[in-house]
Design a protein around this ligand. Structure first.
Ligand code: MN
Length: 202
């Protein structure tokens, strides 16, 4: 696992896809700052960027990666991470895949779409959610925090592949793609303080 401050080094490259997750001071995007961006390549190499306060707009290599249309960004619950990254880095994340949306469409037989649940069912892997609520803004992250942070991106490629198999089998793959594309709009509405759930209601 590789840990950097404020940006990815320019020689770190990803091809085709990258799994991405973020940790922040809380869940209110304009109040709670971005603290950590975790990335994992399709062959399982993890890179993490620890962000100091107000450094996002200068993170040019991160910006380049996240806006690169040729590289798919795989998130779990992309809605939050995309809004946070768009706001904190001053970008628009492109080519988004969300394992939570994919799971909702593929696994319509259950209402359990948390990362822990789908890792268990689709991969037979147990992940821990113990460090989820902790102080991600501190200078020195603990080994437990770093281990947790890496666990959130390690399995996203395998999950995407399993979920795509089901989506294709059930004829729901094109609908999933449309939902991923809508995340660009939904994250904008979130940042405007408009609830998409209410906005599109009668
Ligand atoms: Mn996480």
């Amino acid at each position: 696992m590789n840990l950097y401050k404020n940006d990815l080094p320019s020689d770190v490259k990803f091809s085709e896809s990258v799994a991405v997750d973020t940790e922040a001071m809380g869940l209110v995007i304009k109040r709670d700052r971005l603290c950590l961006v975790q990335m994992c390549s399709s062959d399982g190499e993890v890179h993490m960027v620890q962000m100091e306060k107000d450094q996002g707009h200068d993170a040019v290599n991160l910006q380049k990666l996240l806006t690169d249309q040729s590289i798919q960004k795989i998130f779990h619950f992309a809605r939050f991470d995309v809004s946070l990254l768009n706001y904190s880095l001053g970008i628009r994340v492109s080519n988004i895949y969300c394992t939570k949306i994919a799971s909702r469409l593929a696994r319509s037989y259950t209402d359990k779409h948390g990362l822990k649940n789908i890792c268990r069912e689709l991969l037979g892997v147990e992940i821990s959610k113990n460090e989820q609520s902790s102080d991600w803004g501190k200078d020195e992250l603990s080994p437990e925090q770093l281990n947790y942070a890496q666990g959130d991106v390690l399995h996203l490629h395998a999950l995407r592949n399993k979920l795509n198999e089901i989506l294709i089998r059930e004829g729901r793959f094109e609908l999933a793609k449309k939902c991923f594309d809508a995340l660009d709009l939904i994250s904008d509405l979130d940042l405007y303080g408009i609830s998409p759930e209410e906005f599109f209601q009668h």
